[in-house]
Design a protein around this ligand. Structure first.
Ligand SMILES: C=CC1=C(C)c2cc3[nH]c(cc4nc(cc5[nH]c(cc1n2)c(C)c5CCC(=O)O)C(CCC(=O)O)=C4C)c(C)c3C=C
Ligand code: FE2
Ligand code: FE2
Length: 337
């Protein structure tokens, strides 16, 4: 056992079931995370536990019921598939494990199994291509919180981001090529949104606005989520030959107005108002189908587009268990050897 390397894949997590109580418990764990709702403790407790969760849980539970399949939540189903396929690809020098930042399988439970396996080395690989404190940062903090108490702390390798990995880009490009891009009036690259203040916090001067994040990644902005989302987009658009005037980068799932702009739902409505009939939407912050892609883009944006005169919003399937995505993860792990 000792010569093996343990690989810990981490995804965001999903409720145990679409019931209101399981969704409430999931939202409560998720939104009480100080890296997600980054306001003072008392304000967060009041806002999250007395306002957001009680009102949101019943509504979100209805939406989760639509998302649920015979295999359960797509996020968990595909994360497990990826774990199995990555294990096959890496072979028996590695043990691949999967944990979720929120709910199950939990990071403490999975790490306890890994502690007992006594690995000389552990590679921690969050399934988020672009770094954000609310996703990657939170997952890594939780891993470190648990491992810091171990008597034996093994060699640890942490992969913070891979927004420009050639196989990450190629995987999404292959998903895009399943559609005839020329048939579409416009292409959206819709990323999960973030509060602007969270993006600003990666800078010494506290201001993303002082950097040219829409056009370049530099030493100063390399952990700026906005900059890496734009960088992923440039690489994907170049690979697929989509000219700049034919696509828009936008940010979805906002909780309030001070989140990254332009907002995806507004861009969708504007496309329809301009007379566009068919739009294609990539969502490359997510590596598996989930509520935010299947329902928010596939159903809610479809309704918005239709309401304003558009016809079809086509969501590009996420990487899910695509072989090129598995090759990307395999390369990220082997690089750490
Ligand atoms: C790119 C990864 C993600 C970041 C960054 C992120 C930030 C973030 N999210 C919320 C609030 C919610 N997100 C919800 C669902 C959700 N979020 C991500 C990924 C990131 N979130 C995924 C993959 C999912 C879907 C999970 C699934 O089960 O399919 C939800 C729950 C759904 C809902 O009620 O709308 C909330 C709430 C915040 C506040 C935030 C950063 C500040
Ligand atoms: Fe989210
Ligand atoms: Fe920035």
């Amino acid at each position: 056992m000792k010569n093996k390397t343990g690989v810990l894949l981490i995804n965001l997590g999903t409720p145990d079931s679409p019931s209101v109580s399981d969704v409430r418990s999931y939202l409560s764990q998720f939104l009480n995370d100080p890296r997600v709702i980054d306001i003072p403790w008392l304000s967060r407790k009041i806002l999250v536990n007395l306002i957001i969760v009680p009102f949101r849980a019943p509504k979100s539970a209805k939406v989760y019921s639509k998302l649920w399949t015979a295999n359960g939540s797509p996020l968990l189903y595909y994360s497990n598939r990826v774990k199995e396929l990555l294990q096959q690809a890496l072979g028996n020098e590695f043990d691949v494990h999967l944990a979720m930042r929120y709910k199950n399988p939990s990071i403490p439970d999975v790490l306890e199994k890994m502690r007992k396996a006594n690995y000389a080395k552990i590679v921690v690989l969050p399934m988020f291509p672009q770094y954000a404190s609310a996703s990657t940062g939170s997952a890594l903090e939780e891993v470190l919180r648990v491992i810091r108490k171990w008597w034996v702390i093994p060699e640890l390798k942490v992969i913070s981001q891979y927004y420009d990995h050639p196989d990450f880009i190629e995987g999404f490009a292959q998903r895009g090529r399943q559609h005839n891009i020329n048939e579409y009036d416009h292409v959206l690259f819709s990323y999960h949104g973030l509060p602007e203040r969270q993006v600003d916090k990666v800078y010494a001067d506290g201001l993303c606005a002082n950097h040219d994040c829409e056009h370049e990644v530099t030493e100063e902005n390399k952990f700026c989520y906005k900059a890496t989302c734009y960088a992923t987009t440039r690489l994907l658009a170049a690979k697929l030959g989509i000219p700049q005037e034919k696509y828009t980068v936008c940010f979805q799932s906002r909780l309030d107005e001070k989140w990254l702009k332009p907002f995806s739902d507004v861009v969708v409505a504007d496309c329809a108002k301009k007379g566009m009939k068919k739009i294609l939407v990539f969502s490359p912050a997510f590596t598996a189908d989930c509520l935010e892609t299947v329902i928010e883009i596939g159903e809610e944006y479809q309704e918005i587009f239709h309401k304003h005169g558009g016809e079809k919003v086509q969501l590009v399937e996420s990487l899910n268990d695509h072989p090129v995505w598995i090759r990307c993860l395999q390369d990220l792990v082997l690089r750490e050897r």
